[in-house]
Design a protein around this ligand. Structure first.
Ligand code: MG
Length: 298
């Protein structure tokens, strides 16, 4: 785990850093609150901070308040380590949003176990987030988490003036699979379909389960042509896929229909509109007889 030290005193900083490295942590250092604040805003920044109180530019409490006000999906565990140790100081620190408060000179063993508490909380929070965001059957993002991620990607696409495309995919006549073979086989079919979607997309594309047998793929940087060709490739692979039934010599074949839509600079970051266009295209694909790809031309 990565820990950020915010401390203006070079000697204290070095002592603390040596301890953390000895305990096996990866360490980043900032010599004042302002520098720490810049680090925290970078991607992949540490989730645990040990911060001094009195520092130039931005003090530890101001840093903590800024962090509590920021929009970041992961929790940041904040420990204040300071020479100030009166009751009123501790209360002020906790009031600013700190999780823990230690006074200098610190006892290394105590600090070590207090960091462990922070680690436990960070890991619990990650686990809860993962459970809340994932569809248990397929391991994909659920609808809500997918839309949240879309929100970020749409903003980024708009900022960087890059295309972004969406594919809605729906397994044809899925109800009859469930009716004929039962729900367990239905689940197996969903998992195999998702396996195919995953292998046919790039690592930075992301997928979600949009509804029962409806899935959604976002292609950041992908334009309408790419979305159509990726969809067509998946469609063919799904058509060729043979799903063997467990304890049975029979196998099932399925097909799927696809609707695609792409953003445009003019359309801005209207997610609902983009999804609606992909959905309309999917409806058209179903209407045309299924097992095909239709693209929204708006
Ligand atoms: Mg200081």
């Amino acid at each position: 785990m990565k820990i950020l030290i915010a401390e203006d005193d070079p000697i204290s900083r070095r002592v603390l850093e040596a301890n953390l490295l000895e305990w096996g942590y990866e360490v980043m250092v900032a010599s004042d609150g302002g520098e720490a604040w810049e680090i925290i805003q970078q991607p992949e920044s540490p989730n645990l901070i040990i911060s001094d109180w009195m520092m130039p530019r931005m003090d530890g409490l101001a840093l903590c308040r800024e962090i509590r006000n920021m929009e970041k999906s992961e929790y940041i565990y904040f420990i204040i380590l300071t020479a100030k140790g009166e009751k009123k100081d501790i209360i002020e620190g906790l009031e600013a949003g700190a999780d823990d408060f230690l006074t200098k000179p610190f006892n290394p063993e105590e600090l070590k176990y207090r960091i462990r508490i922070g680690e436990r909380i960070i890991n619990l929070e990650r686990r809860i987030l993962e459970l809340a965001n994932t569809d248990p059957l397929t391991g994909l993002l659920n609808r809500r988490a997918f839309l949240e991620r879309m929100e970020q990607e749409m903003s980024r696409a708009q900022r960087e003036k890059k295309p972004l495309s969406l594919i809605l995919a729906d397994i044809d006549h899925f109800k009859s699979v469930n009716d004929t073979y039962g729900h367990q086989i239905g689940d197996l079919v969903l998992q195999r379909f998702v396996g195919q979607l995953t292998t046919s997309t790039r690592p930075y594309d992301f997928l979600g389960r949009y509804g029962g047998e409806e899935f959604v793929v976002c292609l950041p940087g992908g334009d309408g042509l790419q979305a159509a060709s990726v969809s067509e490739r998946i469609r063919r692979q799904v058509e060729d896929m043979e799903i063997m039934l467990p304890d049975d010599s029979r196998s099932i074949r399925i097909t799927a229909s696809f609707g695609t839509a792409s953003n445009s600079i003019e359309s801005g970051k209207n997610i609902d509109l983009l999804i609606k266009r992909a959905d309309d295209a999917l409806y058209l694909a179903k209407d045309k007889g299924r097992n095909c790809v239709c693209s929204s031309c708006a």
